[in-house]
Design a protein. Structure first.
Length: 250
């Protein structure tokens, strides 16, 4: 599927020699601590899972996709766009859903939060109906006027997703989206992502500790100690990840 004026060959995310690190303040001076090292990968499948232990660099990798994190060296291109030089275009293309929905929900009710997301896209007189339609699409229209503080963690996660989908992203990035979801809502999320890929042509990239959920992707990356150590089908990737964890714990 072709979006905007980008050529078909540009419909991919590429990392070339990408490294990310921070300076830690120590008693002996600043010390560089690597988070990602020498990442080289091209992503163009409809759904991609990223798996790895806590602290492996998964979230940092995801945040490079829309410029929430910038590389210390190397280059990231998102459909031919550089997040450093074309941040606005990239962020209009890439929707990001954080693990903790509290990082995204800023209004008192779900309906108001989605209306806020729509403020630059939909006339004020039409925003309520448009926001309700998004909530209805996710099957959570009954939450529209509830206080976000009264919602469960899983309900907040779905509302945060609705707020991102309201602006019609072409790439959807989710950081551990099933963490707060029960089985019913996890199945709801699975069906929604399938529909977004099939009907809207949205590309979905997500990190997860849920290896069954990872198995739903077309491709999976295993991240360990800031490096992509395996890249294959989800079945093979989860097998390699299990072996990696077992070897580390032995």
């Amino acid at each position: 599927m072709i979006f905007g004026d980008q050529p078909a060959s540009a419909q991919e995310i590429s990392f070339t020699d990408v490294s990310v690190g921070v300076l830690d303040d120590t008693p002996t001076g600043d010390v560089y601590r690597p988070i990602l090292t020498d990442v080289n990968v091209t992503l163009n499948e409809p759904t991609i899972a990223i798996i790895g232990a806590n602290g492996s660099g998964k979230s940092t990798l995801l945040q490079l996709f829309n410029g929430l994190v910038t590389a210390n060296s190397g280059r990231v291109l998102v459909d031919g766009l550089d997040p450093l030089e074309q941040a606005k275009q990239v962020r209009s293309r890439v929707g990001f859903v954080f693990t903790d929905p509290a990082a995204q929900l800023v209004m008192p009710t779900p309906l108001e939060d989605i209306e806020l997301s729509l403020r630059k896209r939909v006339p004020k007189s039409e925003r309520r109906a448009a926001a309700l339609a998004v909530l209805e699409e996710l099957g959570i229209a009954d939450l529209a006027d509830r206080s976000v503080y009264e919602l469960s963690g899983g309900q907040r996660q779905l509302v945060a997703l609705a707020a991102v989908l309201a602006v019609d992203p072409q790439i959807l990035v989710l950081d551990e989206p099933t963490t707060l979801l029960d089985l019913r809502n996890k199945e709801k999320l699975r069906k929604l992502l399938d529909d977004l890929v099939a009907r809207r042509g949205v590309r979905v990239i997500f990190s997860t500790h849920d290896l069954d959920f990872a198995g739903l992707a077309d491709r999976a990356l295993v991240v360990d100690s800031g490096r992509i150590v395996h890249d294959s089908s989800p079945g093979e990737a989860t097998r390699m990840y299990r072996e990696l964890i077992m070897s580390d714990s032995s």
